[in-house]
Design a binder for this molecule. Structure first.
Ligand code: PLP
Length: 290
């Protein structure tokens, strides 16, 4: 047992993972000409762990396959990846929270094989962010709402490992004395957080951004929508505006590790937190381990 674990994948001539080896996660594992490192040319999934077990793993593998297809990477037998996900998670010290990040890149520059790994780690508690909530700022992402249709080569909707912009947005939020970000389009629609999906509640209606606006289809949001529909809520995918966020009774940024984090202020304006529904969201997501 350890605080982290690492599996490195082996690939066949067609670029499909055939198996993996568990290696020491504290030792170097990538070469300096690795395209994940030099170009950010790859895709990933981060799966949350609850009591050491993966939450909604199947949804992650579905999206992983979509991202792999969008980047023209070789198709994968996800059962090999799933075995590594579970074995690395099982190698961790017992802990309430953790995550496994699975990465697949185009491989080493000039080579003919992808690179892939699954890195599991125990993590710090996310309870306080769900209890205290987030102060968010709206930041212009700099493109129109129809970018996915006009410019598919920009890979909107693929979960690529190129996250420098997402990290820069967090630094800008900190400069503005906020904790997180909701990106907007240049023509005035709400998008998503740098690593999360926006969900609004107005009465018994939940609203989120339509995925054809060039956002990532969130696995957490999808699960919460299924739960909400079973529990009497109307669930909508819309073109949302900052006015919709301001008018909503409550709002969350939802994602696989932090789960449903309530928004308590938008650009410095306080927003009520729905603690009861946040708790129901958490309980549902925790029930999704297998
Ligand atoms: N949007 C972006 C850009 C993300 O990076 C993430 C997760 O990292 C999400 C949304 C939320 O997705 P999920 O709920 O599947 O974690």
């Amino acid at each position: 047992m350890a605080a982290s674990a690492l599996a490195l994948f082996d690939f066949d001539a067609a670029g499909a993972a055939t198996g993996y080896r568990l290696v020491d996660p504290t030792l170097p594992a990538l070469t300096v000409t690795e395209l994940a490192a030099t170009r950010g040319d790859g895709v990933f999934e981060t799966v949350g762990l609850h009591e050491g077990r993966p939450i909604k793993a199947a949804r992650h593998f579905e999206r992983f396959a979509t991202s792999i297809g969008m980047l023209d990477l070789p198709p994968q037998d996800t059962s090999v990846w799933d075995a590594a996900l579970r074995e690395t998670a099982a190698a961790l010290d017992p802990a309430p929270e953790g995550w496994v990040k699975m990465v697949m890149s185009r491989g080493i520059e000039g080579g003919d094989s992808p690179t892939g790994w699954a890195y599991a780690t125990v993590s710090a508690s996310t309870v306080s962010v769900r209890e205290e909530g987030l102060r968010v700022v709206l930041l212009d992402r700099g493109y129109r709402h129809d970018i996915a249709q006009t410019s598919p080569w920009l890979l909107q909707g693929a979960k690529t490992i190129s996250y420098a912009i997402n990290r820069a947005a967090y630094r800008e939020a900190a400069r503005r004395d906020a904790d997180d970000v909701v990106f907007t389009t240049s023509d005035g629609y709400l998008l998503e957080g740098p690593t999360s999906t926006l969900v609004l509640r107005t009465g018994m209606t939940l609203r989120t951004t339509r995925t054809d606006l060039g956002i990532l289809a969130g696995t957490t949001q999808a699960e919460l929508y299924e739960w909400a529909a079973r529990n009497g809520y109307t669930t909508l995918y819309e073109r949302l505006t900052p006015a919709d966020l301001a008018a909503a009774d409550a709002a969350w940024l939802v994602s696989s590790v932090r789960l449903a984090a309530p928004i308590r202020a938008v650009d410095g304006i306080p927003k009520p937190v729905d603690a009861a529904l946040t708790a129901s969201f958490t309980a549902h997501l925790h029930s999704l381990t297998d």
